[in-house]
Design a protein around this ligand. Structure first.
Ligand SMILES: Cc1cc2nc3c(=O)[nH]c(=O)nc-3n(C[C@H](O)[C@H](O)[C@H](O)COP(=O)(O)OP(=O)(O)OC[C@H]3O[C@@H](n4cnc5c(N)ncnc54)[C@H](O)[C@@H]3O)c2cc1C
Length: 450
C-alpha cells in the first residue's frame, strides 16, 4: 500500500525533497534510501499515483535504450546511455517480481533495419565502430531477418537491399511498474521516508539555509531539493532564476497498433540530426499479440499530453520575449526538421494520417494492410526537448540544471532508460549539498548495478 499520510506542519523539514514521482524521481528515492545513510527524505507527487505522466507505459515506447540501434546517437552518446541503461537492466534482472501483475519487463529480439543501398552502406559502416561497444550486436542479411521477423521480408521487392543489426537484448519495460518497484524497495530500506501523493508544488523559495516549498497541502522545508518533474522542471527552475536561456519544445508522440505482425523490436534508421527515437514497431510490454508502431513527433503547446491545463505552464516554460521565438523559428524552419514536423502533424489526422503513416510502416512490414492498422487514441506522451536560446539549437536528450543545493532534471527520451545513472549523479551532488555529512555507498551501488 502507498503511504499517503501527511506529517504535521512543523514536522515537514527534510534533508532531501524530491518533487515528482515519475521514474526519475523514484529512481533517486530508491538510490538515496538504499545506498546512503540519509533517512529524512520526502517525495511529493501531484497525482494520486506514481508514473502517470510520461513514465506510464501508455505514454512512451517502453524501450530500454542502450544506443545500439539508435542510429542518431554518436559513439560518445551511445557509450554514456549504455552505461546508464545497463544499470536499469541489472536492476530488472536482479529483481524477482512477486506476481505476474508486478512483472516489470519482457525481453524480445531487437534490430535496426536498413532499407536500400544507402542505408545498408551506412549501417554496415556504423557496425564497425559500434560493435566495439555492443559485442552482442550481429549483422544479419535477408535470410536471417526473415527467420526472426518473417513479415519484414514477406511481400518485399526481392531486389530491395536490406540488412539489419540484431541483438537479443531487447528489453521492453513497464516504467510505471518500475516506479512502484523503486518505491517499494526504498520503503524496505527506509520505512521513515515520507511519500506525499496528491501534493503539488506551487511555489519554491530559497531561504538562508533551506528551501521553503509551498504545496497545496501545506509547507515543506528541505535542505536540498531535486526537481524531477519532466517539462515542469524547467518552469520551476525559471521561477528561481535558473535556465533563463532555455525553452521547451514539447514534442508529442502518437502510436498506431496492429494485431501481432512482429516478434520483437524493429527500428528504422533515424536522421542523425533528430533527437527523437526513430519510428519502430514492437510488441506491447504485457501483450505480445499487439504490435505498436511509432512514435510520431509533433510540437504541442502543453507540458503534459492530453492535459489542456498545462497550456499556460507551457508558455511560462517557453519564456516570453523575442529570443525563444527566434530560436523556435530557426529550429522549425530547418530544411530537415520542417518537412519532418509537417509530415508528423499529418500522421495524427483522421483518414489521411493512417494512409500516410502506413507508408512509413511498410518500410518495416511491407505487406501490412490498412485494416490491420489502428490509431492508438489517447496513447503517447510528450517529450520536453530543450531549446538552447544562446546557440539557438535543439539539445539532444536529457538536461540537468544545477543550482544552489538544488537540481532540476528535464527528461525527454531516453530519460527512463537513464534514470538510475541520473540518480547516481544526483546522489553524488546531494552529498556535497549536505556538506558531506552523509555517506554515499558508491561501491555497493557499483557492485549491484554497474
Ligand atoms: C512518445 C514518447 C516515447 C518515449 N519512449 C521512451 C523509451 O522508449 N525509452 C525511454 O527511456 N524513454 C522514453 N521516453 C522518455 C521517457 O518517457 C521520459 O524520459 C521519462 O518518463 C521521464 O520520467 P520523469 O520521471 O522525468 O518524468 P514524468 O514521468 O513526466 O514524471 C514527472 C512527475 O512530476 C510530477 N510533477 C510535475 N509537476 C509537479 C509539481 N508541481 N508538484 C508535484 N509533482 C509534479 C508529475 O505529475 C509526474 O508524475 C519517451 C517519451 C515519449 C513522450
Amino acid at each position: 500500500m502507498i503511504d499517503n499520510r501527511f506529517k504535521e506542519m512543523n514536522d515537514n523539514k527534510y534533508d532531501v525533497l524530491i518533487v515528482g514521482g515519475g521514474v526519475v524521481g523514484t529512481a533517486l528515492l530508491y538510490t538515496l534510501s538504499k545506498y546512503t545513510d540519509i533517512r529524512n527524505i520526502c517525495l511529493i507527487e501531484k497525482y494520486s499515483d506514481f508514473g502517470l505522466v510520461n513514465t506510464a507505459s501508455t505514454k512512451n515506447s517502453q524501450t530500454l535504450h542502450f544506443g545500439d540501434i539508435e542510429t542518431n546517437y554518436s559513439f560518445e552518446k551511445a557509450k554514456s546511455v549504455k552505461r546508464m541503461a545497463d544499470m536499469v537492466m541489472k536492476y530488472l534482472e536482479n529483481g524477482k517480481p512477486a506476481s505476474v501483475e508486478a512483472k516489470l519487463f519482457s525481453k524480445y529480439s531487437k534490430m535496426v533495419l536498413a532499407v536500400g543501398k544507402n542505408q545498408v552502406d551506412e549501417l554496415s559502416k556504423r557496425f564497425l565502430t559500434f560493435s566495439q561497444l555492443f559485442p552482442n550486436l550481429r549483422v544479419i542479411k535477408r535470410d536471417e531477418i526473415g527467420k526472426i521477423e518473417p513479415r519484414v521480408v514477406e511481400g518485399r521487392d526481392p531486389d530491395q537491399e536490406i540488412l539489419a543489426l540484431v541483438t537479443e537484448d531487447g528489453y521492453t519495460v513497464d516504467f510505471k511498474r518500475l516506479c512502484h518497484s523503486f518505491v517499494d524497495n526504498a520503503k524496505k530500506e527506509n520505512p521513515d521516508i515520507s511519500i506525499q501523493l496528491n501534493t503539488k508544488l506551487l511555489k519554491i523559495a530559497k531561504e538562508e539555509d533551506h528551501y521553503s516549498i509551498k504545496t497545496d497541502k501545506g509547507e515543506i522545508q528541505a535542505s536540498a531539493v531535486v526537481i524531477a518533474s519532466g517539462g515542469h522542471s524547467l518552469m520551476i527552475a525559471k521561477s528561481l532564476g535558473y535556465g533563463k536561456n532555455l525553452s521547451v519544445l514539447s514534442m508529442a508522440g502518437s502510436f498506431y497498433t496492429a494485431p501481432k505482425v512482429l516478434n520483437g523490436k524493429v527500428y528504422t534508421i533515424q536522421i542523425a540530426k533528430l533527437p527523437f527515437a526513430a519510428i519502430h514497431g514492437d510488441p506491447e510490454v504485457h501483450n505480445e499479440k499487439i504490435t505498436r508502431f511509432g512514435p510520431t513527433a509533433k510540437p504541442i503547446f502543453q507540458l503534459e499530453r492530453h492535459n489542456m491545463s498545462t497550456f499556460l505552464e507551457y508558455w511560462k516554460t517557453f519564456g516570453l520575449g523575442l529570443s525563444p521565438v527566434i530560436s523556435l523559428l530557426k529550429i522549425v524552419f530547418d530544411k530537415i526538421l520542417f518537412g519532418y514536423i509537417i509530415k508528423n502533424f499529418l500522421y495524427d489526422l483522421p483518414f489521411i494520417g493512417k494512409r500516410m503513416f502506413i507508408k512509413q510502416i511498410r518500410s518495416i512490414v511491407p505487406g501490412i494492410k490498412m485494416n490491420e492498422l489502428k490509431f492508438a487514441k489517447g496513447i503517447g506522451g510528450t517529450r520536453p526537448q530543450i531549446i538552447n536560446n544562446t546557440i539557438r539549437k535543439l539539445e539532444m536528450g536529457e538536461a540537468k540544471l544545477t543550482g544552489d543545493k538544488i537540481i532540476f532534471n528535464i527528461t525527454p527520451s531516453p530519460g527512463a532508460s537513464t534514470c538510475l545513472g541520473n540518480a547516481y549523479s544526483d546522489t553524488s551532488m546531494i552529498m556535497e549539498f549536505l556538506d558531506n555529512k552523509f555517506k554515499f555507498k558508491k561501491e555497493a551501488f557499483e557492485n549491484d548495478l554497474m
